[in-house]
Design a protein around this ligand. Structure first.
Ligand code: GDP
Length: 421
């Protein structure tokens, strides 16, 4: 139901453009800060002769969360009349890219903060380029610090225009943009009287108009196998329904290898709660009618909407480094629960995030912070999807010795012609 919905978002942009202040403001103006917290922080700041900053609210929340963090991502929540939001990252959080690339964190929308005085800077460009790789589809450009440019409509148009041009250059859809002042709370929750020329609503309204993500249940079935073990005479195939829905009696194919079997039942504990149906997000175990070969890493699908089985596919990657990615070198590729040796065979296009220059010629590698279109070859066949079709099985990371070096999305791989075994 709508009231239960939580939309994950990220706030991104160049350092000092006002991300923390904006988050603090959002929390404060939506009443998401515990009673007395703002006053307490204001007193603490005054005692040190400092003016109160809304960014303090965020810092203090993060500090409290840090006492009992169990996962790598921070989650800060606020709500509107329409739904709840989770800001899934804090500015400057170093693990952000790794979490996003590995799928540990997912965001549906991003607020890209741009300083009205400084305009587009290096990180503004880099973050914009990363959005499609991270699977973020909706972008709101927040032109911040409008108080520093006398709430000038002309200056706002200039910056919004530059962003629109950048997005077009990057092949991204045109962003929604709006002017605001995070520090003064202008155009965050209420329309700003300082900027009557702005006809679109405030930031909260822009967030509320982001369409809800389509249900993962509605996508084709992808069951990621985590483990296979025996319980008495039964063999249990434990895993997670990444997308789609699985019902007792369904005919399934397991990939790679295209092994066919029928789902006899689910096995869960306690047994009274064992379902007859499992939908996206559910971890469960399957008991199959047939003793086919299944192991960790395989993907279950329906007979019709199957994944692609491939050892070679085109991809767009983002390289974190520290060392450059080298063509022909071995890396470990992880895609859902699959883990295989992989090499990049060709680097087709490299985009430098700082200059946005594109090199079309074949390069011997990809440097840290570069985005590249490449051809990947794996040692064993993989089951995958194009990220544009099913993001859950269309994204992968490249690692070495347990360390994430980069991540990417599968682009333009070919689906097999549907045929029954
Ligand atoms: P971040 O690095 O992007 O998280 O930026 P911060 O939120 O820490 O803000 C950087 C500086 O810009 C701080 O000194 C803020 O007080 C200031 N700042 C943020 N928003 C505004 C604004 O709307 N107007 C003005 N004048 N200053 C702002």
């Amino acid at each position: 139901s709508t009231s239960e919905e939580v939309l994950p978002i990220v706030v991104i942009g160049h350092v000092d453009h006002g991300k923390s202040t904006l988050i603090g403001r959002l929390l404060f103006d939506t009443g998401s800060v515990p009673e007395g917290k703002a006053e307490e922080l204001a007193r603490a700041a005054a005692a040190e002769g400092m003016p109160f900053e809304h960014a303090f609210l965020l810092d203090s929340l993060l500090e409290e969360q840090a006492q009992n963090v169990t996962i790598d991502t921070t989650e800060i929540r606020f709500r509107t009349k329409k739904r709840r939001y989770a800001i899934i990252d804090a500015p400057g959080h170093k693990e952000f890219l790794k979490n996003m690339l590995s799928g540990a964190a997912r965001a549906h929308a991003a607020v890209l903060v741009v300083d009205a005085q400084e305009g587009v800077r290096e990180q503004t460009r880099r973050h914009a380029m990363l959005l499609p790789i991270l699977g973020i589809q909706h972008i709101i450009v927040a032109v911040n610090k409008m108080d520093l440019v006398d709430f000038s409509e002309g200056r706002y148009r200039e910056i919004a225009g530059a962003l629109a041009a950048l997005f077009q250059e990057l092949g991204l859809p045109e962003p929604t943009s709006l002017p605001l002042s995070a520090r003064n709370g202008e155009n965050i929750v209420q329309p700003s009287v300082q900027m009557p020329w702005h006809i679109g609503g405030p930031l909260l309204e822009a967030l509320d108009s982001v369409p809800s993500p389509p249900g993962l249940d509605a996508l084709p079935l992808r069951f990621a196998v985590q483990d296979v073990y025996r319980r008495g005479t039964e063999r249990l195939i434990a895993g997670r329904v990444e997308t789609g829905t699985l019902r007792v009696g369904d005919d399934l194919l397991f990939w790679p290898g295209r092994k066919r079997a029928r789902l006899r039942s689910f096995a869960e504990w306690p047994t009274e709660t064992t379902p007859t149906e499992a939908s996206a997000g559910r971890s469960t175990a399957l008991i199959l009618e047939e003793e086919i070969f299944v192991e960790r890493g395989m993907i279950g699908s329906s007979l019709e909407k199957t994944p692609i089985e491939a050892r070679e596919f085109p991809a767009k990657i983002f390289w974190l480094g520290p060392d450059p990615l080298r063509v022909g070198e071995n890396y470990e590729l992880r895609l859902v629960t699959q883990s295989v040796g992989a090499r990049v065979m060709e680097v087709d296009r490299v985009i430098d995030a700082e200059t946005l220059s594109v090199q079309d010629s074949c390069k011997p590698g990809v440097e840290a912070n570069e985005i590249a279109e490449v051809l990947v070859r794996t040692q064993q066949p993989l089951a995958l999807d194009n990220a544009s079709e099913i993001a859950q099985t269309g994204r992968f990371i490249l690692a070495r010795e347990g360390r994430i070096l980069g991540g990417g999305i599968v682009l333009g791989a070919r689906y097999p012609r549907a045929s029954l075994p």
